[in-house]
Design a binder for this molecule. Structure first.
Ligand code: S3P
Length: 449
């Protein structure tokens, strides 16, 4: 490291260097989407729920703290158990201070839905990244329940919220494929008399629907003329549960791709959720010829998990259709790393939603690839990546702009690059995968400060 590079270091920056011979077995932390939903639904059940395997991350802490401010009693035991004494649907209390959602779009949007059908007045705030993400997509349908919102510049946090005193049920046809928007409406519908109906043209992750059933709440899902109709009656009750959160497939994708692209590697990842509304990247990697073996199928929380064995693979390029995006929306940055090592040119189509994630991820992927010598371009909302099986040149400093997935993907790219890649901020990884660096080092990744 030269003096210039040393001067460039922040306390959480990191160098990722060429690695090979990854080996070992790891357990992936709990799924982020399911963790948020378990905390919220357990808080609305009547009685004590026990959650194990909950993701212990800063995003999840935002949901825990907000639900506590809204009256839920939540305790985290040292033995990885979260005990929640739910207060029942319709019993949220008025919070005394603004609700702070940090970096978490899921927490902010889901809880906006929840609060919107309670007679509560509060203020939603978040960090710099979250405060630049669109919120009207959630507040617009919630206004139809009778809620009132004042958004900064009609679109962003901070938002003043005035929940409906006498909510009315809605029938809403989704205009964008977003599980957060769908789930916000579903949570609003829970405290609304009558039947709430949501119509999806493109199926998005269905954990809220699955968990409603797991907590004993009746819900009807029908497919008609290529659309999904989700409907249920509000103001019934949720049963408390004992639940184990399955491993996050989006987090698992980082060590998994590392195992594929680093030479002479063989690793095992245990307990990974595989759900057809989340498995787009797994389909892509299978189509690229990845050496993946799925075994030890289990049923957890109404979902299916597998252990996955991964060995170094020569990857084919891939043309990812736009209609696969909802099932892999968080996973394009790490799939881009796999594509950069493929034997030819890949194209990922229809990526407009990537522009409104924790950062503009379409640009973020382009930047971390092209700065490290991967021949990449953006055409309309498609990303084109010219792979090179010998790996990129590397050597660049990557600014992660408070985006955990750009940070983790850049680190994996560094593991196959000729020169180390420096990532400016690894602190942001704590939002979704706090032990990422430790687990990657355990597998043999060469990561240093
Ligand atoms: C999530 C839905 C997705 C995803 C996010 C988690 C969820 O967001 O990107 O990380 O838990 O519902 P969108 O609903 O904006 O697609």
């Amino acid at each position: 490291m030269n003096q210039d590079q040393k001067n460039n270091m922040s306390s959480s920056s990191l160098f990722s260097s060429k690695s090979s011979d990854l080996s070992g077995e790891i357990i992936i932390p709990g799924d982020k989407s399911i963790s948020h939903r378990c905390i919220i639904l357990s808080s609305l059940a009547i009685g004590e729920s026990k959650i194990t395997g909950l993701l212990n991350s800063s995003d999840i802490n935002c949901t825990i703290n907000s639900m506590k401010s809204l009256g839920s009693c939540i305790k985290l035991n040292s033995n990885d158990e979260c005990i929640i004494n739910g207060i029942g649907i319709g019993s949220l209390k008025q919070p005394e201070t603004p609700l702070d959602f940090g970096n978490s779009g899921t927490a902010a949007r889901l809880i906006l839905g929840l609060v919107s059908t309670h007679p509560i007045e509060t203020n939603f705030i978040g960090d710099e990244s979250l405060s630049q993400r669109p919120m009207k997509r959630v507040t617009e349908p919630l206004i139809d329940f009778g809620a009132n919102f004042q958004l900064r510049n009609s679109e962003f946090l901070p938002i003043d919220v005035k929940g409906a005193e006498h909510p009315i049920p809605i029938i809403h046809e989704m205009s964008i494929a977003s599980a957060q928007v769908k789930s916000a409406i579903m949570l609003a519908g829970l405290n609304t008399p009558g039947i709430t109906t949501i119509i999806e043209k493109e199926r998005t992750r269905d954990h809220t629907e699955t968990l409603f059933k797991y907590y004993g709440y009746e819900i009807n899902i029908e497919e008609k003329d290529g659309k999904y109709f989700i409907s249920f009656e509000g103001q019934k009750s949720l049963n408390p549960v004992s639940i184990k959160v399955p491993g996050d497939p989006s987090s698992a994708a980082y060590p998994l791709v590392a195992g594929l692209v680093c030479k002479n590697s063989n690793i095992k990842i245990k307990g990974v959720l595989l759900n057809p509304t989340r498995d787009g990247i797994y389909k892509c990697l299978d189509e690229m010829g990845a050496n993946l073996r799925y075994f030890n199928k289990k049923n957890e929380a109404g979902e299916i998990t597998y252990d996955i064995e991964i060995s170094s693979s020569t990857l084919d390029p891939i043309d990812v259709p736009a209609n696969r995006a909802p099932s892999m929306i968080d996973d394009y940055p790490i799939l881009a790393v796999a594509a950069s090592m493929a034997n030819g040119t890949s194209i990922f189509r229809g990526l407009s939603e990537l522009k409104v994630k924790e950062s503009d991820r379409l640009l973020g992927i382009y930047n971390f690839l092209s700065k490290n010598g991967v021949n990449t371009s953006i055409e309309d909302n498609n990303l084109i990546i010219h792979g090179n099986v010998s790996g990129p040149k590397g050597g660049a400093l990557i600014e992660t702009n408070l985006d955990h997935r750009i940070a983790m993907s850049s680190i994996i790219l560094g593991m196959v690059s000729d020169k180390p890649i420096k990532v400016d901020d690894t602190e942001t990884i704590k939002t979704s995968f706090p032990n990422f660096i430790k687990l990657m080092k355990k597998l043999g990744a060469k990561l240093s400060v």
